[in-house]
Design a protein around this ligand. Structure first.
Ligand SMILES: [Zn+2]
Length: 72
């Protein structure tokens, strides 16, 4: 199964594990893309200044442990 191409900036290699919805993104990250929060490569826009929102985008679809260790 193809999975979302979003790669978190927390730790570099962790990728979202959700199934692809559109344009290589899962539903959540496709929605972020449409809102201009991430670009087509899956990089979070500098315009997203809310740290809570950045964290939410970064951690979506990540296995819980890797999200935890990246946050530490
Ligand atoms: Zn995703």
């Amino acid at each position: 199964m193809e999975t979302c191409r979003f790669t978190t900036s927390w730790g570099g290699v962790a990728r979202c594990s959700e199934p692809v919805y559109r344009l290589g993104f899962c539903r959540f990250h496709f929605d972020c893309y449409r809102r201009g929060e991430i670009d087509i490569r899956g990089v979070i826009s500098e315009r997203v200044t809310d740290q809570e929102r950045r964290r939410e985008i970064n951690f979506h679809g990540l296995p819980r442990e890797s999200a935890m260790s990246s946050a530490a």
